[in-house]
Write a protein that binds this ligand. Structure first.
Ligand code: ASP
Length: 588
């Protein structure tokens, strides 16, 4: 990261930044500019003003009175001097000094702020967003915005250093089949037709490969009209990457380099090589395709133990367990709420076993199901899970995938911690399945997107057993958040047609939806592959925040509105007429 010295940030109006003054500056006459953080008056002869800019606070001592209030914008000229004995403030980096003999010039008055510009004050998020310009003055938000710039800078430098070329792609675009609902922009020049805001530059970057760009990247704004959550906004930024004549290995290496550089720039420490896990292993061990590997609590397979069981509740293709160390003390109502949670996630039920002290120094199980277990099952459950006195064993019996994912959620509910809490544990998840579930018409649905190349070893099962086909796609995970995904793309028309056929996309539909891409592929498409890293999530984790809204200057609320601008707003009738649109009032 380039650190610009405070001295280089002098302007015609100021000689120094508030937070930069130290004992070394004692004796210098300086001018600082900023916002009044606090004003105190000692009688008629002395006033104190704490002046804030983005670098911190400096105490200014003014002989006489001063007519300024909180958040007034002022310039203060004074002499740096040591604070009188006993008044040094060890909490402030500038706490050893103050500005004495100050003259204050009012640059602009301000109304009382809607809330104190102070990290220690909790303010309702709606109010923060309505006055975001005040909220962003807080040190935490200033530091988040600057951290974001540092991460962007490091990502850019890493991509430049690896020979990638930054190319901007259009925001007014055509639909991209990546599964998310898109924002539609009506066209004025061709009423009745629309552009689509890109959910990612996926097709544009593939076209750039046909165009011979070879290595493309972009810090790209992506737009998806989806329900908002802590890790999701309508608009977000990705480090979008695509390269030609490369394999999956090359892409993992390019992206690792950029992300590790960004991590180093943001945290001061370069993480080691990012480990890998196959998708199948991630599901099996953690019940998630984005496992949080900061903690254990791995799922344990009890299927062989209960293969021929008489216990009705365990008569399922898969029986999986999770141990909560020291969890035997959970109350009955807590266990009931865990059972409800498991049912909401799709399980038929949740079995629980408290491990207690048994006879003759052994262990016993406290559970409504215990009396149905054979001795062998009881001891097998204990030995396979390794649970000991005081632990709780949770068991789900169901179809394999469901049992794993239900326990994967319970694992996070019981053992998870805030995403931004260290250590940072990165993971590449590779060998995703090609398809995930089926649509209403019974056609398999792409797990990544329809341009993802099937795994070469599985290609011959594409039509006969699509559910078993792996793809050449990969995700990057950090502390249980998906940081991004990518894949090797299909560059051959014959394979693309087969994949479309499996997805139930006929030739006519393929042509109308993305004929421009398929057409371009006839003119010499090189083998290519790519990736996209979610920058908002990456920065939020580095900033120790658990919502991406904290690292976005002007985010939307959870309900998709912007309390500051009032967006989204009704459109004036004239604009609608220009666009050839009529609004159907929503029912109720
Ligand atoms: N376009 C994909 C996404 O936005 C990333 C990729 O495959 O490169 O998730």
């Amino acid at each position: 990261m380039t650190v610009v010295p405070a001295s280089a940030q002098a302007t015609s109006m100021r000689s120094h930044l508030c937070g930069s003054l130290r004992s070394e500056d004692i004796g210098s006459t300086v001018t600082v500019c900023g916002w009044v953080a606090k004003r105190r008056e000692h009688g008629e002869h002395l006033a104190f003003v704490d002046l804030r800019d983005h670098t911190g606070i400096i105490q200014c001592v003014i002989p006489g009175t001063v007519d300024v209030r909180s958040e007034y914008v002022v310039a203060v000229e004074g002499v740096v001097r040591p604070r009188p004995e006993g008044t040094v403030n060890a909490e402030l980096p500038t706490g050893e000094v103050e500005l004495g003999e100050c003259t204050v010039t009012l640059l602009n008055a301000a109304e009382p702020p809607p809330f104190a510009v102070d990290d220690r004050v909790e303010v309702d998020e709606g109010i923060r967003l309505k006055h975001r310009f005040v909220d962003l003055r807080r040190p935490r938000m200033q530091s988040n915005l600057r951290l974001r710039a540092v991460v962007n800078g490091a990502l850019r430098s890493a991509m430049d250093a690896q020979g990638f070329v930054e190319v901007e792609t259009p925001l007014l675009w055509a639909p991209t089949p990546e599964g998310a609902r898109e924002f539609t922009v009506p066209s004025r020049l061709s009423p009745g037709t629309c552009y689509v805001l890109p959910q990612s530059p996926q097709l544009a970057k593939q076209l750039l490969m046909v165009a011979g760009v070879d290595r493309y990247y972009q810090i790209a704004r992506c737009l998806r009209d989806e329900d908002l959550r802590a890790d999701r906004q309508f608009e977000f930024s990705q480090l979008d990457v695509e390269a030609s004549f490369v394999t999956q290995e090359d892409v993992l290496s390019f992206v690792s380099e950029a992300v590790l550089d960004a991590a180093e720039a943001a945290t001061g420490e370069r993480p080691g090589e990012i480990p890998r896990m196959t998708w199948a292993e991630a599901i099996d061990r953690y019940g998630s395709d984005k496992p949080d590997i900061r903690f254990g609590m791995e799922l344990i397979d009890l299927s062989p133990l209960f293969a021929g069981t008489e216990v009705k509740a365990f008569g399922a293709p898969c029986v999986k367990a999770l141990v909560l160390v020291d969890g035997a003390g959970l109350s009955r109502s807590k266990l009931d709420s865990l059972t409800d949670r498991a049912k909401k996630l799709g399980a038929k039920g949740l079995a629980w076993f408290r491990v207690t002290a048994g006879e003759r120094g052994g262990l016993a199980l406290d559970s409504p199901l215990d009396r149905f277990l054979s001795d062998e099952e009881r001891s097998g459950l204990l030995s396979t899970t390794g649970a000991t006195e005081g632990d709780l064993v949770l068991v789900v019996a169901d179809q394999y995938r469901l049992a794993c994912t239900v326990l994967g959620h319970l694992r996070l509910d019981l053992g998870g911690r805030p995403v931004g809490e260290g250590p940072y544990r990165y993971l590449w998840v590779v060998d995703f399945p090609m398809f995930d579930g089926v649509d209403d018409a019974g056609h398999p649905v792409s797990a990544h997107h329809p341009f993802t190349m099937p795994h070469p070893d599985d290609l011959d099962r594409l039509e006969s057993d699509p559910a078993s086909v792996r793809s050449q796609s990969y995700d990057l995970v950090l502390n249980g958040w998906e940081l991004g995904s990518g894949s090797v793309r299909i560059h051959r028309g014959d394979i693309q047609s087969r994949v479309f056929a499996v997805l139930g996309i006929d030739e006519e539909e393929a042509h109308s939806r993305f004929g421009f891409l398929l057409g371009a592929f006839r003119y010499g498409a090189p083998p290519h592959a790519g990736f996209a890293v979610g920058i908002d999530r990456l920065v939020a984790i580095f900033a120790g925040e658990d919502s991406i809204r904290e690292v976005i200057a002007f985010p939307k609320t959870q309900s998709g509105s912007d309390p500051m601008t009032g967006a989204p707003k009704a459109v004036a009738p004239g604009v609608l007429a220009d666009l050839g649109l009529r609004v159907i009032p929503p029912k109720d």
